[in-house]
Design a protein around this ligand. Structure first.
Ligand SMILES: [Zn+2]
Length: 396
């Protein structure tokens, strides 16, 4: 069994209240962390650090759990830079451009899709993301959804079937038939490669009845539920997600008091909500839209996660530090709340307790910053502060 000691940590963010300074980040000063067999084996003061086969010197910098990006669409072909430019010149975002990407994705080879997924996964890893959820949703045929998920599953255990992203053009006049396809042969082909099912519940995509039907079929096939909800306007997605026991409702840009109350009602022991509100400020940035009201959710006791929504249309960023900085500047989250939401919050949105936290037994997924404190992630936006990433205890 080989061991590795991460030593000379100026500030260690554990997200573990036990032994820390207090507060949800569980901060320890002048700390060290021992890794054995890809797991955290010990956390404590540097002066008490046990011997190890190898040593990584954090140089007095801050160490955090690796980011958990719980919402990303990495399986696609082509890009939509021209659409972005048109939007910045004043055209509104409607979600209609998804069909452009569907055409390019269907025409791409497996190897082309695989290369894009791996390029984006590596790009995210360099920016500190050690767990990334990957959705299908640009194939929208039985074969294209199944291959999208099989390719995603090569690089992540967190894969999500999003056959209900939009109704493809060939089903435009008969959406009920498309829902039947999604719940039938498409789900059967997708489920072996997926852990989750998701629906874009939005005007112009899937309404409440269709969303409920698809998510219920997915649950029956053993998949966990997540929902794209209330992004472009008010809608039924958030309350439907709560009703169906979703792990997460994502976007949450347009919420009523009843939506917030429904989320808060899922509070469980320990003070977290069983349904997490995952906020995706990269989408509001890239569509020049109003940001979700994170303060309202946090003040109501709703557990909040931050994720990138990385996709070629509405949020082509793989950078969790960028989203974290947006959340602090534009959504009035404190730096500590944003760091927690980007790590432990993402883990909760994926119902994981082995990532997003640095305590004995957890996966040794961590980032070493070129900065003395987690505060610098928002304080120094756009600066490459991630000096080193360890995933499963292995330096990347
Ligand atoms: Zn999305």
């Amino acid at each position: 069994m080989s061991s590795l000691l991460v030593d000379d940590i100026g500030e260690l963010v554990t997200n573990d209240a036990v032994g820390g300074e207090g507060g949800p980040l569980g901060i320890r000063r002048d700390a060290a962390l021992l890794v054995e067999d890809g797991r955290v084996a010990w956390v404590g003061p540097a002066r008490d650090a046990p011997a190890a086969d190898r040593r990584v010197d954090a140089g007095g910098g801050a160490v955090l759990p690796g980011f958990v990006d719980s919402h990303a669409h990495l399986v696609f072909a082509g890009d939509r830079a021209a659409e972005f430019a048109a939007r910045m010149a004043g055209q509104p975002y409607t979600g209609g451009g998804i069909r452009t990407t569907v055409g390019a994705t269907r025409a791409a080879s497996d190897d082309e899709l695989r290369a894009t997924v791996r390029r984006l996964r590596d790009e995210a890893l360099r920016q500190g993301t050690t767990t990334i959820e990957i959705k299908s949703g640009y194939g929208l045929t039985v074969a294209d959804e199944a291959r999208s998920l099989a390719i995603a599953a090569e690089v992540s255990e967190e894969t999500t079937f999003l056959g209900a992203h939009v109704v493809p053009a060939e089903y435009a006049d008969r959406p009920d038939d498309y829902v039947g396809l999604v719940c039938g042969p498409m789900l059967a082909a997708a489920a072996p490669h997926a852990r989750w099912i998701d629906v874009f519940c939005e005007r112009g995509a899937f309404d409440a009845d269709h969303t409920r039907a698809i998510l219920t079929c997915g649950q029956a096939a053993g998949l966990g539920v997540r929902v794209h909800a209330n992004q472009l306007g008010p809608g039924p997605g958030v309350q439907l997600g709560v009703e169906l026991g979703a792990a997460s409702v994502d976007h949450c840009t347009h919420l009523t008091d009843a939506d917030v109350d429904a989320l808060a009602s899922t509070r469980v022991d320990g003070g977290h909500t069983a349904t997490v509100a995952t906020l995706l400020p990269g989408a509001e940035f890239s569509t020049r839209s109003p940001y979700p009201d994170a303060r309202r959710l946090l003040d109501a006791g709703v557990t909040v996660a931050l994720a990138t929504d990385c996709n070629p249309g509405s949020s082509y960023t793989s950078s969790m530090p960028f989203c974290l900085a947006l959340a602090v500047r534009e959504m009035r989250m404190t730096p500590a709340e944003a760091v927690w939401a980007a790590t432990a919050g993402g883990a909760r949105a994926l119902r994981r307790d082995d990532v997003g936290v640095l305590r004995p037994g957890a996966r040794a997924d961590l980032v070493i910053l070129d900065a003395p404190s987690h505060l610098h992630l928002a304080y120094r936006p756009g600066v490459p502060l991630i000096r080193q990433v360890l995933r499963n205890g292995v330096p990347k």
